[in-house]
Write a protein that binds this ligand. Structure first.
Ligand SMILES: [Zn+2]
Length: 341
């Protein structure tokens, strides 16, 4: 491992990755981003800077735990100067490719690394062992973590292309301001739900950070990865939890099939409790379609906040949905603000 790292460093120094953009003919510094979030951030930071070509691998609604790189993905990664991925084993099927890229000296950047260094990665609770186990990979769901990532990636890109460092760092500073507006808006709304009712019940545990950011607790049927399917026992545990805590809403996620949550809801309602599904599907590990509100990081987080608050409102809970900050972009459209219970 240590030798590999030294070789990689040597390869990076020799190939001139530090200081100048690598040039392989067309002059572009090729970045490949695995998830929609990674693509979004790299695009925002290099806005207005010349010579960056960014390719995203996963599309809207794709589950990164299960996503297998295609042949064209592998080719794109092979030709890339830099690979940006989320890390903490989110891209569970990419290990072999990452290893090969490392060996050939591609610059590999994990968005989770600066958050881990800062000490903000949460362990996943493993109920069977009653211990905190592996790192929970869904760190981006706390906008304050995404701020750390934004600044660190910006610094890395600024080192790669010193001539355009100013543009990149200015982009980062402007985006951090947006992320702070987003956090304050979301925090005000999420904390308007009474403390004893702040439970987010979902199929897989993507929302620990989202919950921790805004003072909510989580209950997920499948645990942190979608790689293992939920068993009957997992569903029964969740049903008991929902009944014991009078939880009024269960949420389906956009990148996970709804059947597990539907089964849990059916059991809850047949036990006589008045629970319902969320008004729309939550974004978990992938953003929405490009050119939609949920197709940006800011829109994805905000839409989840809207969905949670609207769903609780529909279930008869008193909530305050704060007014959207004027300077925060993109602004939500009518289809997000108007909801039929
Ligand atoms: Zn996940």
């Amino acid at each position: 491992m240590k030798i590999n790292r030294i070789l990689l460093l040597l390869a990076l120094v020799l190939s001139g990755v530090f200081g100048v953009a690598a040039d392989d003919g067309d002059g572009d510094f090729k970045i490949v981003a695995t998830t929609t979030q990674a693509f979004d951030l790299a695009t925002i930071l290099t806005d207005g800077a010349d010579g960056f070509a960014i390719t995203g691998l996963m599309g809207a609604g794709v589950d990164p735990h299960l996503y297998q790189p295609t042949e064209s993905d592998v080719q794109a990664m092979n030709e890339a100067d830099m690979l940006i991925y989320s890390g903490l084993n989110l891209e569970g099927q990419f290990d072999t490719v990452f290893e090969a890229l490392r060996e050939q000296g591609t610059l590999i950047y994990a968005l989770s690394r600066p958050v881990k260094s800062a000490g903000f990665i949460i362990g996943a609770f493993e109920p069977e062992a009653e211990v905190m186990g592996a790192d929970d990979p869904h760190f981006w769901f706390d906008p304050r973590n995404w701020e750390i990532t934004t600044l660190d990636l910006a610094e890395t890109l600024a080192e790669i292309d010193e001539a355009q460092a100013e543009i990149i760092l200015e982009n980062a500073a402007a985006y951090v301001e947006q992320l702070r507006l987003l956090y304050d808006w979301a925090d005000e709304g999420m904390r308007s739900v009474p403390g004893n009712q702040r439970y987010l019940v979902t199929s897989h545990d993507a929302f620990q950070y989202f919950g921790a950011a805004f003072g909510w607790r989580m209950a997920a049927i499948q645990g942190i990865s979608t790689e293992e399917e939920a068993g009957v026992g997992d569903i029964q545990d969740t049903v008991r939890f929902v009944l014991n805590n009078d939880i009024p809403v269960l949420f389906v996620e956009s990148s996970v099939p709804p059947n597990v949550v539907n089964a849990a809801l059916e059991a809850v309602t047949s036990a006589g409790a008045a629970a319902r599904l969320g008004v729309r599907e939550l974004y978990s590990d992938a953003m929405g379609e490009p050119d939609t509100f949920g197709g940006t990081y800011i829109g994805m987080i905000a839409e989840n906040v809207y969905i949670v608050l609207q769903s609780y409102q529909c279930a008869g809970v008193d909530v305050v949905i704060p007014e959207w900050p004027e300077d925060l972009l993109p602004a939500p459209d009518e289809s997000i603000l108007e909801v039929e219970c």
